[in-house]
Design a protein around this ligand. Sequence first.
Ligand code: ADP
Ligand code: F6P
Length: 328
Amino acid sequence: MADARTIGVLTSGGDAPGMNAAIRAVVRAAIKNGMKVKGVMRGYNGLIHNDFVDLEMRDVSDIIQRGGTILYTARCKEFKEEAGILMAAENCKKAGIEGLVVIGGDGSFRGARDLTNLGGINCVGLPGTIDNDISCTDYTIGYDTAMNTAMEMVDKLRDTSQSHDRCSVVEVMGRRAGYIALNTGIAVGASYIAVPEKKFDMDEMLGKIKAAHSMGKQHFIIVVAEGVAMDIEGGSEWIAKQIEAVTGIESRATILGHVQRGGQPTVTDRVAATAMGYRAVQLLTAGIGNRVVGQQRGEVVDFDINEALQMKKQLPMDLYTIADDVSF
Ligand code: ADP
Ligand code: F6P
C-alpha cells in the first residue's frame, strides 16, 4: 500500500488567538482523510531549516483553548528571496510534504503563492491575524478575541478614569487597519475613535471633548489605533498631553500593546478556525492549491490566492458615523 500523502501546517507572521484551534482542525481532518501531517516550526524558517515535527491526533489535544501557537511563529527574510523559496520547496519534497496549510496574514499568503508557483508545493492560506485586515474575508482568526481583550482592558480603565474625572487615551493595535479600534471604541462607548482610514483631526477631537465637558461630562475614553499614533510625533502620549493642555481635563495615555495578541480564543475564533481549517484540508485532499480560505456572511469561502491578494477591503465608515453620532 502506498504511503499516506503528507501535508504540512505552519503559522507565520504575528500570532493570533485561535491559531491552535486551526492547527488542531487541520491535523484531525487530514488524518481522518488518510493523510499524514507534519508541523513546520517557526513559520517559513522551519521549511528552510528542515524543522518538522510529526503531528498525530493526540498531539493536538488540549490546545483548542490556548492562545499563541504550538508551532511558534516567525518572520523569515530568507523566504522573500527566490533561493529561499526553492530551498524550502526542496526540503518539503524530501520530507514528502505535498501540500501546505499556511496560517497567517497577507505577507504569509505572498510566501504561499511563491512556494506554489516557484516551488510546486500546493499551498492553502488561512487568515490568521488580530487586525482583520485581510481583504478576501470578513473575518480573521484572532480578531474577536483581540477585540474582547481590548474591551475588557478599556472597561477597567474606565473605572479609574471615572473615579478621577480624567480622560483616558487608549492605543489599540492595528498598524494599517482600524477594525479593532472602531469596534472596541463602540463597545466601550468612546468619545472619539481615531482610525488609520480617516485622517486624524486633532481639532475635531478636541471640539467634541470640549462640547461634552461644557455640558457636564466629566470623564472620557478616546480610542486611537496604533497606525494613527505612529504617524504623530509623540504618539498617544502627545495626544493625551494636548487634551490636557487645551481642555484642562487631566489625561493619561495607555498603550494596550501585545496583550491583545494573547489569551484564550473566544467561541467565534475557535469555530471560525475550525471551519476554515477543515476547508483547507478538503482543498488539499482534492489536490487543489493556490487558494486562500475565508469567511463571508458567515459562510466559509475560498479564492484563488492572486485574486485574494488583489481584493480591497474597506473599513465600514457607516459604522464609524454611527459611533460618532452616539458618542458624547
Ligand atoms: P503577515 O503574514 O502577518 O502579513 P508578514 O508580512 O510579516 O506577516 O509576513 C510573514 C512572512 O511571510 C515573512 O516573514 C516572509 O517570510 C513571508 N513573506 C512576506 N512577504 C512575502 C513576499 N512578498 N514573498 C515571499 N514571502 C513573503
Ligand atoms: O498582529 C498584528 C499586529 O499586532 C499589528 O497590529 C502590529 O502592527 C503588529 O502586529 C506588530 O507585530 P510585532 O510586534 O510582532 O512586530
